[in-house]
Design a protein around this ligand. Structure first.
Ligand code: AMP
Ligand code: GLY
Length: 429
């Protein structure tokens, strides 16, 4: 296929820096833009000064610059309906990778996701849905638990409260339905609390077919040994043989494909990434959540393993004709560790000068930017909680993690009061 694709990536995080990096390697690419982008994405393409929630501004840019493919990173942009606006143009040379607002509810409305799973026959934890606090309190009184409490809408990963006791349950109901702390409508889900191993699996969908990419394991807690508060993700790793082929095929067919099929039969097709957060329990595998986009920081660890043409993969999905031949992944392992500012996640203190970015010379190492900005004097400083994602590939997980961590230190990448976890990826394999 010969094409010169003008491509636009929406977003400004580490995920978008990784998406832009991989797209920039494609022979199909004509020009790459990132809106709003960050100092890292400027290595791969041009930053466009339009915010990722300014839908009219982005559509104007797409039309006037004849952008062939728009790749949407953040869920907020999906929820704001950018994909719908681009599809409304009905131009075969102006396409979008990402679902419409209504189909993105698979992430933005947990109640809708439950309803979809029920309709499509996808396994999920037993769930009750409440809008009245009295009925939720009554349910809690009459049932043993323990339960997990979920605010319905987009809550930046904060709307899930896992409890042990009834007192904690009462507090959770208060926070979600009485105090409406989560600004996400008036809907509460109370779910059976499962225990088991958590896995995330992402697939690329052209609306009809979905094909998975090798999974990655995220590390959500701030501190080593999974202690401390939940964060946006402190690191990830990806390696073959994490899960059996049988399990991955089951997930592709019984979870992701079923969701895509159900949506196609009842709505406009789901084109984009569908991400399933699964729990493997003694009673089988259940879906805890869906996301309608690539994971962050999973993307930063998965894309360095991709050997196929990523732009061709996304364009073919956006065209509705997924090119499966591009799903070629290196057998090597990848490890990504995130550097954060002091005070993250509650109160990140930013503005520290970042040193040592120019010390990275190993071609197996990539430093993706998230919360960084450039000062007029050319120095790079921190501007957000998660600052950099350092990704490395190696023959084994041990080799990859050693390479990633060896980029950090007083003579390498560092900034004042920088924080990172020292235990990303198993240390024995
Ligand atoms: P979610 O945003 O739905 O993935 O929830 C965030 C985290 O809460 C998950 O990664 C799990 O660790 C936990 N969680 C969510 N639902 C359940 C559940 N039904 N049982 C146990 N843990 C859960
Ligand atoms: N890493 C979790 C997420 O992207 O939602």
């Amino acid at each position: 296929m010969e094409r010169n694709l003008k491509t636009l990536v929406i977003g400004s995080g580490g995920r978008e820096d990784a998406l832009a990096w991989k797209i920039s390697q494609s022979p199909l690419l004509d020009r790459l833009y990132i809106t709003p982008g960050n100092p890292g994405t400027r290595r791969w393409g041009e930053s466009v000064a339009v915010k990722s929630d300014d839908i009219d501004g982005i559509v104007d840019f797409i039309r006037s610059n004849k952008i062939n493919l728009t790749v949407i990173g953040p869920e907020a942009t999906l929820a704001a309906g950018l994909a719908d606006q681009i599809r409304l143009l009905e131009d075969p040379n102006i396409r979008v990778y990402g679902p419409n607002r209504r189909e993105a509810r698979i992430e933005t409305s947990k109640a809708w996701a439950i309803w979809l799973m029920q309709s499509a026959g996808i396994p999920y934890p037993i769930t009750q849905i409440f809008t009245e606090p009295e009925l939720a309190f009554k349910f809690l009184k009459e049932n043993e638990g323990p339960f997990v409490y979920k605010a319905n809408g987009l809550t930046s990963g904060k709307g899930v409260i896992v409890t042990e006791t009834k007192e904690e349950g009462e507090e959770a109901i208060h926070r979600i339905l009485v105090n409406k702390e989560f600004d996400s409508g008036d809907i509460l889900l109370i779910q059976e609390k499962l225990s088991g191993q958590e896995v995330s699996v992402m697939g690329i969908s052209d609306g009809e077919t979905i094909k998975i990419i090798p999974p990655a394991v995220d590390h959500k807690r701030l501190l080593d040994q999974n202690r401390g508060p939940n964060t946006g993700g402190m690191g990830a790793y990806s390696v073959n043989d994490l899960y059996s082929q049988r399990f991955l095929e089951w997930t592709q067919n019984q979870v992701l494909q079923k969701a895509v099929d159900y949506i196609r039969k009842n709505y406009p097709p789901y084109i984009g990434t569908l991400y399933a957060g699964l729990m493997i329990t003694p009673k089988g595998v259940k879906v805890l959540e869906f996301n309608a986009r690539f994971g962050d920081p999973e993307t930063q660890t998965q894309l360095p393993r991709l050997e196929g043409d990523f732009l061709q993969m996304l364009w073919s999905a956006a065209e509705g004709k997924l090119d499966k031949s591009q799903f070629k992944f290196s057998p090597k392992a990848a490890v990504t560790t995130i550097l954060t500012t002091p005070g993250y996640p509650e109160k990140p203190r930013t503005g520290q000068i970042i040193y040592g970015l120019d010390t990275v010379t190993d071609p197996d190492v990539l430093v993706f930017h998230a919360g960084t900005t450039q000062n007029p004097d050319g120095s790079t400083v921190t501007s957000g909680g998660r600052v950099l994602a350092i990704s490395a590939i190696g023959d084994t997980l041990i080799a990859a993690r050693k390479k990633a961590y060896s980029q950090i230190g007083p003579n390498r990448i560092h900034f004042d009061k920088m924080h990172y976890r020292t235990d990303i990826a198993p240390q024995t394999t």
